[in-house]
Design a protein around this ligand. Structure first.
Ligand code: IPD
Length: 268
């Protein structure tokens, strides 16, 4: 099954190499390209054929039978802003969930031909090589993070958290594609992750890849990720660093703010 999904994802990736146009969705920071739409259409057609009766939740307005036992959670291009500006740092992210649990995750970066995959209980692999999180302590950690791109009213909270974490770790990175950042964490290239509000299609595949590589990823205060709403994300290479990052997040983020974010249901 995994090989078949990888083949479909790689075929879809060819569509990112064709000419495309860009338009705004909710605002200037929220763009979509015709490549996002073409990749999503292709994945929908092929994956629906491959697994008849399966549901879909995907970034570019696709929601179908998402109460089915098997549901595909798809970001056709994660890092659309990068892609639209010619920054070669974006990825196709495809997760397959069974009864609400992610069982397969595939993240493919077409510009660099990097493929990250995981199957539940079978480990995570980068271009065929087993992945494992780093063993760096917090003070040597690299934190991947972002602002609240599509809800700028959360910026001050993000800045407070990032400032405090930056003061205690080695450095921060903002690559602009959560799916790949979670894979970097899985592969030991960075060690910590925080984002205040993120969509299931951005993290579903990366979540499985990271946890299969030994990492931790939750919502606020250890909340499990439910795949049906926007959520804060806190991730780390190990329990100790996860607790330390959670403590920093908890200085500025409240339960009611987390509830406000997770009350924002998504269905594509
Ligand atoms: C975005 C990217 C970005 C993250 C945002 C996501 P998109 O996904 O993953 O890194 O900070 O939260 O929405 O819109 O490029 O698919």
């Amino acid at each position: 099954m995994l090989d078949h999904i990888i083949a479909i994802v790689k075929e879809a990736a060819a569509l990112t190499r064709e000419a495309f146009s860009v338009h705004n969705k909710s605002g200037d920071a929220d763009v979509v390209t015709t490549a996002d739409e073409n990749v999503q259409r292709f994945l929908h057609e092929k994956l629906a054929c491959y697994l008849p009766g399966s549901g879909f939740v995907a970034e570019e307005g696709l929601s179908a039978a998402n109460d089915a036992d098997y549901v595909w959670i798809i970001d056709p291009i994660d890092g659309t802003m990068n892609f639209s500006r010619g920054i070669r740092h974006h990825a196709i992210s495809v997760a397959l969930a069974h009864k609400g649990e992610v069982i397969i995750g595939v993240v493919y970066a077409p510009a660099t031909d990097d493929l990250y995959v995981a199957q539940k209980g079978r480990g995570a692999f980068h271009n065929g090589k087993p992945m494992a999180v780093s063993d760096k302590p917090f003070r040597q950690g690299l934190l991947c993070t972002a602002m609240s791109l599509y809800r700028k009213e959360y910026t001050d909270v993000c800045l407070d958290i990032i400032r405090d974490a930056y003061g205690e770790c080695s450095d921060i990175r903002r690559f602009g594609t959560a799916a790949l950042e979670l894979c970097y964490l899985a592969d030991g290239l960075c060690d910590l992750y925080f984002e205040i509000r993120i969509f299931p299609w951005d993290y579903a595949a990366g979540y499985l890849i990271l946890t299969e590589a030994g990492g931790i990823l939750t919502g606020f205060a250890g909340d499990p990720l439910t795949l049906d709403c926007t959520t804060p994300l806190i991730g780390a290479n190990n329990e100790e660093n996860y607790r330390r990052l959670s403590e920093i997040v908890g200085r500025y983020m409240t339960r009611s703010l987390s509830d406000e974010i997770t009350a924002q249901r998504v269905d594509g």
